[in-house]
Design a protein around this ligand. Structure first.
Ligand code: MLC
Ligand code: AMP
Length: 501
């Protein structure tokens, strides 16, 4: 991991030196609802403390890493907070992880232990890592403070264009700085209850949704499995003071589609103070549908695992269909050309790669110094690979990515290379090329072009299941097309444009 001189970039400092100050004044105020179960701040703090003592009994020491099956359960949150109190880094594991990806994450991150919430047995043997349960009980006691410093809080595994996913090391300062910027932009306070149904393994659902709600002292109402009814009920059936909905564009699309014929859902979507979309671009037509349904639109924001959130349309301004807003307070943003030279244009036409610098930019990829150096320069600028324009007022419009091998499907980031490598492991497959094709629902859907070994039978569902079982279900090709050969250039490189063109 790469160390950087944070002092050079000290123009923005988190105002609160504790990560979750509100948890130390633990009382009966609602902190978290997961499904039908709710915990107050006192109960959450108590369960986190119980987890701290479980860590001590298990001989987990400060600086160790532990993995956590991020089941949609209250005790998952308690374990995350307990880990932070004990200065232990959390590696959240997608409960649906396939065998090969799980093995990779565990061998790369080498956690001392893996935990799961009570009642959730992991599907897999966790590759030699002993499994313990996260705590349930809640003795009343004051939680020690979690200082905002540069110690690693999370390792979030995320895909590149090639190779296996890399572990992005996210520090406490990264989290605090980004959440404070977002709180300012969205006027996000203790009065807000965030409603969301995003997995607790990524920046969106975990850092923003869970940690953000706790940092501002508000509440999170978590809907464990995304369903339109579940979101509708969370927004209307509870007497939350005021709500904010976090969603990926696929969810917004599904909500809009159903709300157009379901008055109850339409009314539910009128409830939140803000509808926020991110993790992928929200098409203007979806903005317009929501606008027509609710009388107001969706506030977009833009970020990456490695940088957390960079831009957001502020709550004080109307939604900006097609734009992700200006950089957040504390985020420096420039557009650069292919030689990494800054582009000054503010004409909303000149396209450049988005490069950012802030206290929220990660500490580096675990065990991947070279990969870190490729994207994070010596002055702290991170090269996102996203292409954008900028308006005269500084609003950013994301147009796509430098590499077509980075796919965003349902808001999940997936590398074409990892799926191709996986398909090549299948005994019937001779060649494979994977692309993201436009999809009204998922943004992009994963399509695999496959050449089979001679005399092998075509089995698209079998190949999709193979990827789902080895990597993750969301990485499975939704479409498999068989070819006799793949188009290649003189160098032997597959010409992916010819596959879809
Ligand atoms: C289907 N399933 C299979 C399968 N086919 N399982 C095994 N083998 C197969 N062949 C299972 C799935 O596991 C799942 O199980 C169910 O079927 C449905 O899966 P799906 O079809 O893949 O779900 P889908 O409807 O497409 O999901 C849409 C979605 C999801 C929007 C709910 O894509 C989603 O949650 N997206 C959020 C991604 C996210 O959080 N991104 C943030 C990244 S951070 P089961 O058990 O569920 O029924 C980031 C930074 C930033 O980007 O800016 O925010
Ligand atoms: P991830 O690492 O999963 O967080 O994915 C980050 C990528 O998601 C970014 O590099 C963008 O390509 C994409 N992304 C996130 N938010 C937006 C947005 N609002 N508009 C367009 N793309 C987005």
């Amino acid at each position: 991991m790469r160390q950087r001189d944070k002092a050079r970039r000290s123009w923005y400092r988190s105002s609160v030196s504790e990560l979750f100050a509100r948890l130390r004044e633990a009382d009966s105020r609602l902190a978290l609802i997961v499904g039908d179960e709710a915990w107050s701040y006192a109960e959450l703090a108590g369960a986190a403390l119980e987890h701290v003592s479980l860590l001590a009994r298990s001989k987990v020491a400060p600086g160790d890493r532990v993995a956590l099956w991020a089941e949609p359960h209250l005790s998952t949150a308690a374990a995350m907070i307990g880990n932070a109190v004990a200065c232990v880094t959390t590696i959240p594991l997608n409960p649906k992880l396939g065998s090969a990806e799980l093995e990779h994450i565990l061998s790369d991150s080498a956690p001392k232990l893996a935990f799961c919430a009570a009642g959730f047995e992991p599907i897999h043997e966790a590759g030699g890592v002993p499994l313990l349960r996260a705590a349930h009980a809640s003795p009343p006691s004051r939680l020690p403070s979690i200082e905002v410093d540069d110690s690693p809080a999370l390792i979030l595994y995320t895909s590149g264009t090639t190779g296996l996913p890399k572990g992005a090391v996210i520090t406490r300062r990264n989290i605090a700085a980004n959440l404070d910027s977002l709180a300012e932009a969205w006027e996000w306070t203790a009065r807000d209850t965030v409603v969301h149904s995003l997995p607790l393994i990524h920046a969106h659902g975990l850092v923003l949704g869970l940690f953000g709600s706790l940092r501002v002292g508000g509440a999170l109402h978590y809907v464990p499995r995304f369903s339109l009814g579940g979101i509708g009920r969370a927004l209307t059936d509870y007497r939350h003071d005021q709500t904010v909905l976090f969603a990926v564009p696929t969810m917004i699309h599904r909500l809009a589609e159903t709300a157009e014929r379901d008055d109850d859902l339409r009314d539910a979507l009128r409830v939140p103070r803000l509808l926020i979309s991110g993790s992928a671009g929200l098409p203007v037509r979806e903005h317009e549908r929501i606008q027509a349904l609710t009388g107001r639109g969706v506030h977009e924001r833009y970020g990456l695992t490695e940088t957390l959130i960079n831009c957001a349309v502020p709550a004080s301004s109307p939604p900006m269909p097609g734009y992700v807003g200006p950089p957040l307070p504390g985020v420096e943003l420039k557009l650069v050309d292919e030689q990494r030279r800054a582009i000054d244009a503010h004409d909303d036409e000149t396209i450049g790669e988005v490069v950012v610098r802030s206290d929220a930019v990660f500490a580096g990829y675990l065990n991947r110094d070279e990969a870190t150096r490729e994207l994070l320069d010596g002055e702290g600028w991170f090269y996102t690979g996203d292409l954008a324009t900028r308006t005269a007022s500084g609003a950013i419009r994301i147009l796509g990515r430098r590499s077509t091998d980075m796919i965003k499907t349902g808001g999940y980031r997936v590398g074409a290379g990892e799926i191709e490598a996986c398909l090549l492991e299948h005994p019937t497959v001779r060649e494979a090329a994977v692309v993201g094709v436009p999809d009204d629902d998922l943004g992009q859907r994963i399509a695999a072009f496959v050449v089979l070994n001679e005399c092998e039978a075509e089995d698209p569902a079998g190949l999709a299941a193979f990827v789902a079982e080895r990597l993750s279900p969301h990485k499975r090709p939704r479409e498999v097309r068989f070819r006799h050969e793949l188009p290649r250039n003189a160098m032997g490189k597959v010409q992916k444009k010819k596959l879809t063109g």
